[in-house]
Design a protein around this ligand. Sequence first.
Ligand code: CP
Length: 315
Amino acid sequence: MQLQSRHLLGLENVTRDDITLILDTAVSFKRVLERPIPKVPTLRGKTVVNLFFEPSTRTRISFELAEKRLSADSVNFSASSSSLKKGETFKDTARNIESMMIDFVVIRHSSPGAAHYLANNVKASIINAGDGAHEHPTQALLDLMTLRENRESLKGLKVVIVGDIEHSRVARSNIYGLLTMGAEVGVCGPSTLLPREVERLGATIYPHIEDAIAEADVLNILRIQLERQGKGLFPSIREYRNLFGVTRERVERAHKPLTIMHPGPMNRGVEIDSDVADSDASVILQQVTNGVAVRMAILYLLAGGKAMAEGEEHA
Ligand code: CP
């Protein structure tokens, strides 16, 4: 079995079979990462460009590591030191990159649709590493992988995403991916940050964090985007914490095992307390570990790799 698409632009239209293929393949690459020499020659001779037009810690390092572990040649592009600063258009940048015989482009950009634009204009396989408030598919896939490791089944699992849903590409990709895999999805946050469209997609809205915690098996807590505070989307950081902060007291009142997730970067003491982020219920660092395996799986499958047979290992 192989992936149906040569790009990964989002999870909106990715089938359950393809998500399962990516997650199963990621498990096989996690075993590679646990070897004394965590490297395979799978993508030897392939070239990847990491085009990051926005800041990133986890995604960028994780893609770079995944590429090195697969023996690909990779180059990193920084918007601040590129010819974009001299007035070159995004299209010309893309066409110039293409003429250097690139196999994959990993792109993070502030504009929704930037990855789709590249997919329509260059021959390389495109991987969306986050496009504006649209999608962040590799984050959602590593979240799904982490849930599969910690919970019996994704089917029927109640996952509540807490925070700024309106501006979150992580939320959007998680909603698509979780619903496709049969989970029940809720969202919780200030009404100004909850788009009504999520109800149409099949997610339940929780206006109160106490109700969300009472219902949830899993809380995926999003960063409150402090840079948007000037826009008056909620009165103050202190009020946000009082109304929606995932605190130890609130989690303890749930009287059941919760799984705590956060895609990072975290604002400790705002959307999540340190007591919760560092608790036994937290899988936040496991998410980061799984990011490398998931990104290896995506690169391998987009290069035409096939599903691994039972017991088969990467050479
Ligand atoms: N989760 C995530 O996308 O983090 P970075 O912005 O650090 O890549």
